[in-house]
Design a protein around this ligand. Structure first.
Ligand code: PLP
Length: 380
């Protein structure tokens, strides 16, 4: 089996598995003051320090959550509630559903920020919108912009967004779920107010993530109860998950150099497939995640590709896999103005920490063969 779906979930890193296994033996509540409780607390604080180190932040500003979805919800709902609804959300058109649906659910003032055909946020339209801002009418500007897109891997100009929004006393939330472990993520350099991350995208376990919150940024908790996580996320901490997350951060940080190698392999793959077929690679030539390739061959539908490759032992997704397992049209490609027929043929290949050069070559062989068969079939 060749796994080419790291942007959905990266396989568990051995370091993370080892940390989870040893956390099993602690078996105590991190809030208990006895020795075992303190041991559990130590595991959590070690993980917090590892994550803080990885994102260039302070451990005390990290709130562990149940994943990237909850981290995004905590930031967006949390700031809105703290500011008593006196906000207008400006949400990039390519955000993950974890951002889009949490904003939509609040049914507050929200607007979509367009991206260009390059897949990059149009800064001009953000600036125009902010120039027309009326605090009385619009409240506080809150912008949601991801660091790297989960489908195309295209990297967004987050720092430039922050520089603009800060001129209008607004706040910026950044979903860095896909960026972490693939490109450097540094909260100080980005200048954002909130940053969401998730363990299972970097080789940690599913069901754990975190929100980094700039000290003093407005935030109200989603969950109240026992007051864990500085009262920002009550509930006994997910000790196993958090221990695994911390270890994955350490391992991913050590292995960042491997991402450059993956970029070379990814580019070779794209060159090879482009030489064989007239494919469109979305985001080619833009700053992109090093291990993501989103491409389409007109007439070769995403669904057929995913199934044909699965039969050959390749695990890969179309750009827009959703929880039902169905393939639906990508709002990301739509926002980039990609022809709907071509968008329905997009495949997202994403490599990662255990991908080998042979895997990438084999994936190319199988894809080319499958495309040849599909094209022949069409001609018959
Ligand atoms: N944000 C982005 C950009 C993602 O790609 C994902 C996962 O697909 C999420 C948020 C949600 O993260 P989680 O699965 O940990 O809830």
């Amino acid at each position: 089996m060749i796994y080419v779906d790291y942007n959905a979930t990266a396989p568990l890193r051995p370091e993370s598995r080892a940390a989870i296994t040893s956390a099993f033996d602690v078996g105590a509540n991190p809030s208990s003051i006895h020795q075992q409780g303190r041991q559990a607390r130590h595991l959590i604080e070690t993980a917090r320090a590892e994550l803080a180190n990885f994102i260039g932040g302070q451990a005390r500003d990290i709130v562990f959550t149940s994943g990237g979805t909850e981290a995004n919800a905590l930031a967006l709902v949390g700031i809105t509630q703290q500011l008593q609804g006196n906000v207008t959300m400006l949400v990039s058109a390519i955000e993950h559903d974890a951002v889009r649906n949490n904003v939509a659910r609040m049914a507050l003032r929200s607007e979509i920020l367009p991206v260009d055909s390059t897949g990059i946020l149009n800064l001009e339209s953000l600036k125009n919108r902010l120039d027309a801002w009326e605090s009385q009418r619009d409240g506080v500007p809150v912008v949601a912009i991801m660091l790297a897109n989960n489908e195309t891997g295209i990297i967004q100009p987050v720092r430039a967004v922050v520089d603009l929004v800060k001129q209008y006393d607004g706040f910026v939330h950044c979903d860095a779920v896909q960026a972490l472990g693939k490109i450097p993520v540094d909260v100080a350099a980005l200048g954002v107010d909130y940053l969401a991350v998730s363990a299972h995208k970097i080789g940690g376990p599913q069901g754990v993530g975190a929100l980094w919150v700039r000290s003093g940024a407005p935030l109200r908790p989603l969950l109240v109860g026992g007051g864990q996580e500085r009262s920002l996320r009550s509930g006994t901490e997910n000790l196993l998950g958090i221990a695994g997350f911390g270890a994955a951060c350490g391992a991913a940080e050590q292995a960042m150099g491997f991402m450059d190698e993956l970029a070379v392999l990814r580019d070779q793959f794209e060159d090879r497939v482009s030489a064989a077929f007239d494919i469109e690679v979305f985001g080619r030539g833009q700053a992109r995640l090093p291990q993501t390739s989103n491409f389409a061959l007109a007439g070769f539908s995403s669904e057929i590709q995913v199934m044909a490759l699965d039969l050959e032992g390749i695990a890969v997704s179309s750009g827009a896999a959703c929880s039902s397992g169905k393939v639906s049209r990508s709002h990301v490609l739509q926002a980039m103005g990609v022809d709907p027929g071509l968008a329905d043929c997009a495949l997202r290949a994403s490599f990662g920490w255990s991908s080998s050069p042979e895997d990438v070559v084999r994936f190319g062989d199988v894809w080319i063969e499958a495309a040849r068969r599909a094209v022949l079939k069409e001609k018959v």
